[in-house]
Design a protein around this ligand. Structure first.
Ligand code: IPE
Ligand code: IPE
Ligand code: MG
Length: 239
């Protein structure tokens, strides 16, 4: 099982367009899918689930779509509030919430604070998130703290990221058929296993998530090393 699964929830707009609906209907429907996937993570012992909800590039969409998406996160969090508490989900936001209207920002920050002691699942919501923006923010933070250049290590940079203290994503899923990262978890995904599916996000079910988990279980992760068997024979040649 992956300790950390991350999902690029893509295809909401196309899902709606295929039904002759407005794109926002796709976002609305897509947001409802998160609940089942989070529940599946809890059942399968996946400790961290990161979902990509709004990228730094998504600001370039039409104003009405952007404002709909801005409202969607606080609205869904409020709707799922009791489930979040019952299931003991710890919510974290990756990205800058400063862009939200004050009332929504306070609501989101409240739920982050109130769930900080929960331990069943870490739900990271990447919102107004960009992988490069995250790295830039981390560098600024370290420089501001006066860290000496010689003291900069990979683990220090990791600790300055939004995902501080969490394992890197083992499995990175993208729905909607495209095969790119779109600025998601740039620092953390270097050894993620990618799983691409043409399924549009509002159609992504628990069963399909479980297929992705099963597929992950067949992957052989080498992290740059040679397979264990070759290592053994290599040792005998050397020695
Ligand atoms: C993903 O669905 C959700 C966000 C990017 C906010 P899209 O809105 O990108 O849907 P498509 O890719 O246009 O179908
Ligand atoms: C990635 O989807 C961002 C989110 C799912 C939030 P996009 O639809 O924005 O990505 P591109 O434009 O196809 O790369
Ligand atoms: Mg898209």
């Amino acid at each position: 099982m992956p300790a950390h699964a991350a999902i690029i929830m893509d295809g909401n707009g196309r899902w709606a367009e295929q039904r002759g609906l407005e794109r926002r209907a796709g976002h609305q429907e897509g947001a409802r899918r998160v609940r089942d996937i989070a529940a599946a993570c809890i059942d399968h012992g996946v400790a961290v689930l990161t979902i990509y909800a709004f990228s730094t590039e998504n600001w370039d969409r039409p104003v009405d779509e952007v404002s709909f998406l801005m409202d969607l996160i606080p609205e869904r969090l409020e709707a799922e509030r009791s489930t979040i508490f019952e299931q003991r989900v710890r919510v974290r936001v990756l990205g800058e919430v400063e862009t939200l209207p004050l009332i929504d920002r306070v609501a989101v920050q409240d739920i982050v604070r109130q769930t900080a002691h929960h331990d069943a699942l870490d739900l990271n919501i990447a919102f107004n998130y960009g992988g490069r923006a995250e790295i830039m923010r981390a560098l600024r933070k370290l420089i501001r703290e006066g860290v000496h250049p010689d003291d900069v290590t990979e683990s220090l940079i990791s600790s300055a990221m939004y995902t501080a203290g969490q394992p890197d994503p083992d499995l990175l899923i993208r729905t909607g058929g495209d095969q790119r990262s779109s600025n998601f978890l740039v620092w953390q995904s270097i050894y993620s296993e990618f799983y691409f599916t043409p399924t549009l996000w509002p159609d992504f079910t628990r069963a399909e998530f479980e297929r992705a988990l099963a597929d992950f279980a067949t992957r052989r992760r080498r992290f740059g090393r040679v397979p264990a068997a070759a290592q053994v024979s290599g040792a005998s040649v050397d020695g």
